[in-house]
Design a protein around this ligand. Sequence first.
Ligand code: ATR
Length: 269
Amino acid sequence: MIKAGVIGHPIAHSKSPLIHGYWLKKFGIDGEYMAYDVPPDNLVAGVNRLVQAGLRGFNVTLPHKQTIMDLCSDISEDAQKIGAVNTVVIDDHGQLHGRNTDAFGFIQNLDETIPDFDWSNRETVVIGAGGAARAVLYALSIKGVQDITLTNRTQESANFLASGYGAKVTAWDQRQKAIQGSDLIINTTSLGMKGQPPLEIDLSGITDQAVVYDIVYAPLYTPLLCAARDQGAQFVTGIGMLLHQARPAFAAWFSQYPEVTPELEKLVL
Ligand code: ATR
């Protein structure tokens, strides 16, 4: 039996067992994917147990996405650039290989939602400067998007992140100005998530070709996306990023390349 899983703390909320379990069943693979609660002070022992148990690898979620890097024998370029590992492959010698599939998930989700989407010459605004924003900026750099403005409540984080990508920074209280004339707006903050305040921004200044992308997926239609829809703009929901980022990991462990289907999306939502 091929085994994989996800580590985090807390871990009960993770959707990953549902996603990988769906694909295992679909391919008829003799495999398992389990959630492992690993507290921060127990990371080394927790990971060693998984290696001993013969896992092919595991996903990594909060709070281990950075600290796991110290335990990896090598780290892929995407994970280095993003500064976090979300996927680990364990080789036959028990060595850990760290990767990050979040940028892939971000790109695939947009490309599948809007198949004729043209990434070039986009005037882009990224809202937020946390872990998700790091993956988004790396994804935008891969796609050659050059005109990027970053805005974040804590400006130092925006300055730091922007400097690595030649992006501009607009102060948080000026974010309304930043989106005037922009045609790709991406929310990477937790604002708009169930239980969180909405992201307060007026989309009336965006262009006709604008695409509004929210990485929040609970609710699926955030207040930001509802505003985009009401205005007739194209929009991208966040669930696809979660589902697509899981595909390369599944392929690395179980040797089958899975697809995101409407049935899977429904299951996870
Ligand atoms: P993630 O890894 O999901 O990106 P994170 O690293 O904690 O999570 O980042 C959360 C993002 O949401 C940050 O940009 C954060 O802004 P700060 O850097 O100022 O903390 C943003 N965020 C969270 N709550 C917010 C709020 N109430 N108002 C504005 N921004 C908020």
